[in-house]
Ligand binder design. Structure first.
Ligand SMILES: *Cc1c(COP(=O)(O)O)cnc(C)c1O
Length: 400
């Protein structure tokens, strides 16, 4: 059969009919699974070690090693992301830290982009370095620098595209040394808009908390791999022995519900964001708009190649000083002031004092984060209502 489209996969992939014909996946709220005999346990353990857990083959022993509800979600995401295998985790940071603990060791070098999710940056800089990993942050759009920064002990290259919070685009498809794991955080684009594994990345991490959940009601993460061996290592070393960052089956159910509408939600987020980016770029209160769908964005051409639409995240710099910027964000009524993103509701945040408050002035500068910059996660409300809210906040800020 021809490969189904993503809209169909989002609803059906990985689903297994149960004995009652339930049309949704049951929640298996079990920590452990009864075996028939010691031989049965040994057989199941061997199957799990060969990767037959979380892949619909039905070998379960203990939920830290796999659970049928989680497994349905893993198969659905793997299908959307064109991955060989996938492991879901308790949160996005649980996915990222698990990937790091699985593939890095003392003496290794990690090369990462300057602009990253705040706590990913913190994990690399404050935690991994305590365990003998060296880390360099460089601008991944500077190819000469990128090439010259790779060392004989570089074990991992890590970036986001579009990146948080500045929406910088990195070309995912550059050639790399097969010894080095290329890890891409695909949270902003989602598997509906972009598939980094098809472009040569080895590992993709996600915060399911954002668009895949889509309703701001659960934390979750996922790690997907091009090579099945990597997923086995993640499950049996990273999760089982290291982070234990296991997703609860209740949350897996919420993500299975959320993911069914990912395609329609993403189309609505992208359409609203494109209109808002246009509106902002003509506003006298806005200095610059960072949205990969604008022709003025330096990453526009690459984004057009590697993404099917340009996403629902925008950051923009105001023609206001910091005090006025604070007044602007406090004047919003419909758009909520909050960290996080990807839900149906519009959220706005101020990176320099919120998600990236722990960056030093030098790190903020290297990441292109300025004091007058805000980031909006464009929701799927009526776009005219979102624009009206921005408009009233602009005028109430400039009038006082
Ligand atoms: C939110 C986020 C994370 C962390 O995910 P949690 O689910 O909050 O742990 C990682 N990367 C990006 C790009 C994010 O937006």
């Amino acid at each position: 059969m021809k490969t189904q489209s993503k809209s169909t996969q989002a609803i059906h992939a990985g689903f297994l009919r149960d004995q009652y014909g339930s049309v949704t996946a049951p929640i298996y709220r079990a920590s452990t699974f009864e075996v028939e005999s010691i031989d049965d346990l040994t057989k199941r353990a061997e199957k799990i070690m060969s990767g037959m857990s979380g892949s619909g083959d039905g070998y379960f022993l203990y939920t830290r090693l796999g659970n049928p509800t989680n497994s349905t979600l893993e198969n659905r995401i793997a299908s959307l992301e064109s991955a060989t295998d996938y492991v879901v985790t308790a949160s996005g940071l649980g996915a990222i830290s698990t990937a790091m603990w699985t593939f890095l060791k003392a003496g290794d070098h990690l090369l990462a982009d300057t602009a990253l999710y705040g706590d990913t940056h913190g994990l690399m800089l404050d935690i991994l370095t305590k365990f003998g990993v060296t880390v360099d942050f460089i601008d991944f759009n500077n190819f000469d620098l990128l090439r010259n920064s790779l060392k004989p002990n570089t074990a991992m290259v890590y970036f986001e595209s579009p990146c948080n919070p500045t929406l910088k685009i990195t070309n995912i498809a550059h050639k790399h040394n097969p010894e080095i794991k290329v890890v891409v955080d695909n949270t902003f684009a989602t598997p509906y808009l972009q598939n980094p594994l098809k472009l040569g990345a080895n590992i993709v991490v996600h915060s399911l908390t954002k668009y895949i959940g889509g309703h701001s009601d659960a934390l979750g993460g996922a790690i997907c791999t091009a090579d099945k061996k990597d997923a086995i290592k993640i499950r049996l070393e990273g999760i089982e022995k290291c982070t234990g960052a296991v997703m609860s089956p209740d949350n897996a159910f919420l993500f299975l519900r959320g993911i069914t509408t990912l395609p329609v939600r993403m189309m609505a987020h992208c359409a609203n964001a494109a209109k808002i980016a246009e509106y902002l770029s003509t506003s006298k209160y806005v200095k610059v708009v960072h949205y990969p769908g604008l022709k003025s964005h330096p990453g526009y051409e690459i984004a057009k190649k590697q993404m099917s639409l340009f996403g629902g995240m925008i950051s923009f710099e105001l023609n206001f000083n910091f005090e006025e910027t604070k007044k602007f964000v406090n004047s919003l009524k419909l758009i909520k002031l909050a960290v996080s993103l990807g839900g149906v509701e519009s959220l706005l945040e101020h990176p320099a004092s919120m998600t990236h408050a722990h960056f030093t002035p030098e790190e903020l500068k290297a990441a292109d984060i300025t004091p007058s910059q805000v980031r909006i996660s464009v929701g799927i409300e009526d776009v005219n209502d979102i624009i009206a809210d921005l408009e009233q906040a602009f005028s109430s800020t400039s009038n006082k």
